[in-house]
Write a protein that binds this ligand. Structure first.
Ligand code: GLU
Length: 452
């Protein structure tokens, strides 16, 4: 498909304008560029999308909230953090996306995540818009009581911006079942409403969906499997390198084991573990989920098959499949070159934007199947949307039913990305396929709903 030069010129001008109007937000620029770089063919083919203002509106959040979060630690000292909620796009449904509690959180990070979320959520085929939020609060080393007081203070402002039909937060890095519990409790107390659908990732006894904790990791592995199937292979007997040791990494490892693959690694900010016998899931869950410890503890307790590499890069471990499941920009061009040299066949992004753009291009040039996070990690938010559906119906589905739905949704996302890439002359390019397919769905709704 040829690209009309005016589409490319329009996109280049917009790119410059976004950099100028959003200074010092490199991650947001990166996320926007990555999408704009793939849209020229669709703007050229479908003139209605080139309508002035459409892509500009898509790149500007509908609403951005920044607020003070004061709280007291166990010694009575006052701390002041900053809270964010970026409500990016609601053309397809209520804003939907997680909350991240991590010291690196700032407006640019929340905007990159919110922007990605629009396309990811559109790809699920469900009725959810895009949003994201969080705080620069660091939960590490904090007692349960401190985390509770922080969450209560955070919700004391956030509650006025969210609601089951408005904006539905969930977890992300640093926000799991414990934090969602404290946040939900405070929301319920302030509003005097049992509004289960205002948050997802709730506990199983009070409105949470089965398989929600597992969904992102399971989905990312299902996406890797679908990409391999396209090439006449599957995951059985394949070695895998996984980064991270949070919720996404743990359930990625669980699903790899279930499908007969051999996950060799996990990591945290201190280093990585390589386990020649394959990661022992029970021990990893004990160390990370029960004790909230470090993965160096895993290596100490595992015995001779495991080694802890302090400060090392997990990508130096040779494997057939790579599943970056920690955080943004964790896999650079050198890492990609190492993985390619070691014969990697597929990369599936469990984290949001973990692979730098040069590394993505390197994988694609080398013929490695590359599944971008928007598609590969959409299983988490998809099951969040299923949790909302269960809450609205005041019912709870069986784990088997949710898992079946998750598998169907991931299969559909894979097919959509694959077919869209072919339709736009980029066969096998899941980045182009995901961006264009997500864009088409959101853009059609925005056009139908007028200039708002
Ligand atoms: N934080 C997850 C994501 O990046 C899940 C969001 C949700 O469930 O709303 O997609």
């Amino acid at each position: 498909m040829t690209t009309r030069p005016d589409s490319q010129t329009q996109l280049d001008a917009l790119r410059g304008e976004i950099e100028r109007r959003n200074p010092a937000q490199p991650e947001f620029h990166q996320a926007v560029h990555e999408v704009l770089d793939t849209l020229a063919p669709v703007l050229a083919a479908r003139p209605e999308y080139a309508e002035p203002g459409l892509v500009e509106r898509l790149c500007e959040p509908e609403r951005q909230v920044i607020f003070r979060v004061p709280w007291q630690d166990d010694k009575g000292r006052v701390h002041v953090n900053r809270g964010f909620r970026v409500e990016f796009n609601s053309a397809l449904g209520p804003y939907k996306g997680g909350l991240r509690f991590h010291p690196s959180v700032n407006l640019g990070i929340v905007k990159f995540l919110g922007f990605e979320q629009i396309f990811k959520n559109a790809l699920t085929g469900l009725g959810i818009g895009g949003g994201k939020g969080g705080s620069d609060f660091d939960p590490h080393g904090r007692s349960d009581a401190e985390v509770m007081r922080f969450c209560q203070s955070f919700m004391t402002e956030l509650y006025r911006h969210i609601g089951e039909h408005t904006d539905v937060p969930a977890g992300d890095i640093g926000v799991g079942g414990r934090e969602i519990g404290y946040l939900f409790g405070q929301y319920r107390r302030i509003t005097n409403r049992w509004e289960a659908g205002v948050l997802t990732g709730k506990g199983p006894g009070w409105g949470g969906s089965a398989i929600r904790p597992e969904a992102t990791g399971y989905g990312s592995v299902l996406f890797a499997e679908a990409m391999l199937r396209e090439r006449g292979e599957d995951l059985e007997g394949q070695t895998a390198v996984v980064s991270g040791s949070g919720n996404v990494a743990i359930y990625t490892i669980e699903k790899l084991l279930a499908l007969g693959a051999n996950p060799l690694t996990c990591s945290d900010s201190g280093g990585y573990v390589v386990d020649d016998k394959g990661i022992d899931l029970d021990l990893l869950k004990q160390v990370k989920e029960v004790e909230r410890g470090r993965i160096s503890d895993y290596a100490e307790r595992r015995g001779s098959s495991a080694r802890y590499v302090s400060g090392g890069r997990v990508w130096e471990v040779p494997a057939d499949v790579a599943l970056p499941s920690a955080t943004q920009n964790e896999l650079d061009e050198n890492d990609a070159a190492t993985l390619v040299r070691n014969g990697v066949k597929a990369v599936s992004e469990g984290a949001n934007m973990p692979t730098v753009p040069e590394a993505v291009h390197l994988f694609q040039r080398a013929g490695v199947a590359f599944g971008p996070g928007k598609a590969a990690n959409a299983g988490g938010v998809a099951v969040s949307a299923l949790e909302m559906a269960q809450n609205h119906a005041r019912t709870a589905w069986s784990p088997a039913r949710v898992e079946e739905e998750l598998a169907r949704i991931m299969g559909d996302i894979h097919t959509t990305c694959h077919e869209t890439a072919e339709r736009y002359g980029a066969p096998g390019d899941y980045v182009t396929g995901a961006n264009i397919a997500g864009f088409e769905r959101v853009a059609d709704s925005m056009l139908a709903q007028g200039v708002i």
